[in-house]
Write a protein that binds this ligand. Structure first.
Ligand SMILES: [Zn+2]
Length: 323
């Protein structure tokens, strides 16, 4: 209830009621409301600018934490990259060189992904750069691991092959020859023991008493153990694979049969003088892809450099072979 107000009218010399105009009142209220509204709006705007709500604070903390975690992840990627680079380096400079494979170029190992933009979905955010960069690094890392893994698979196959080759090739002397005195005649032009004519001697002769053990010089399969070839008498042929065959002639007795698998160092027979032979000895030949080659180059498996040069000296003497 508003009070009724009066005023003194000097013209009529009486008190008169003050009549407030309704229009004026309405205008007054409108202005007041508008001012209040504007004032609170400005206040809200300022508060919003400078004062964070608890929800905003929580979100901000989460964002900071996410960025920190990204940084830590990138540090871990640094370490992973360093380890992988080290493995790749050893792979290129040791393993692949050892097994005679070409090194994998760096561009191939570290290649990114060309063509379409794989990171389009990640664009347009405040932290897009961080996320895209991290993704790129991980993608390259992943690709490097695939390349490295394939390379090691390849190396494994090569190593197995090399291992097989190393055990297969005839790499020791076929008789025990510790003091290297059993070498009688080497590969090359020699005087024939029967005709005394100079002719090619295709193998090496080791003098030894009848019954001296003869050993397989590499892993392989016995292809022949018979006296069917003229001149060689009782002889053994071993196929070592990789194009290598070894032949042991003029034997007294066999210790293996045809198609038998043998390992390097297995006792396969005994020295004799069967076939075209002047005295008990072992005639030893090595074939590579069907051609006879000098066996002297294959004894590295069991000899020192000094022993080898002594053997070489013995073998190169142009004497009479025992055939
Ligand atoms: Zn001979």
């Amino acid at each position: 209830m508003s009070k009724v107000k009066y005023y003194y009218d000097s013209d009529s010399l009486s008190y008169r009621k003050i009549e407030r105009k309704k229009r004026k009142t309405f205008a007054f209220i409108s202005v007041f409301l508008l001012a209040s509204f504007l004032f609170s709006f400005i206040l809200f705007f300022i508060a919003n600018l400078y004062i964070e709500s608890p929800k905003e604070k929580a979100l901000k903390r989460e964002l900071q934490n996410a960025q920190l975690q990204f940084e830590l992840l990138n540090k871990k990627m640094d370490e992973a990259e360093a380890v992988l680079a080290n493995v790749a380096d050893r792979d290129n400079n040791i393993y692949r060189v050892y097994f005679e494979a070409n090194p994998i170029p760096d561009e191939q190992r570290r290649a990114g992904f060309g063509g379409i933009n794989r990171y389009k979905d990640l664009e347009g955010f405040d932290n897009s750069k961080l996320i895209i960069e991290s993704n790129k690094r991980l993608d390259i890392l992943q690709k490097q691991i695939v390349v490295q893994s394939k390379s090691l698979d390849e190396i494994t196959v090569l190593a197995e092959e090399k291992e097989k080759l190393l055990t297969a090739i005839p790499a020791i002397q076929p008789v025990s020859n510790e003091d290297l005195t059993r070498m009688a005649s080497g590969y090359g032009m020699r005087s024939d023991p029967f005709t005394k004519v100079r002719k090619m001697h295709w193998g090496m002769d080791f003098t030894a008493p009848r019954g001296t053990p003869v050993y397989a010089t590499g892993d392989g399969i016995v292809k022949r153990a018979d006296a069917g070839s003229s001149g060689y008498g009782k002889h053994i042929r071993i196929d070592h694979g990789f194009g290598y065959v070894s032949l042991y002639a003029h034997l007294y007795k066999y210790n293996v049969k045809r198609n038998q698998k043998v390992k390097r160092g297995d006792l396969i027979g005994f020295v004799g003088s069967t076939g075209r032979s002047e005295a008990p000895h072992l005639h030893y030949e090595i074939f590579k892809d069907g051609t006879r080659i000098n066996p002297i180059n294959f004894y590295y498996g069991s000899l020192t450099a000094e022993e080898f040069s002594k053997l070489l000296e013995h073998a190169s003497l142009e004497n009479q072979s025992l055939d």
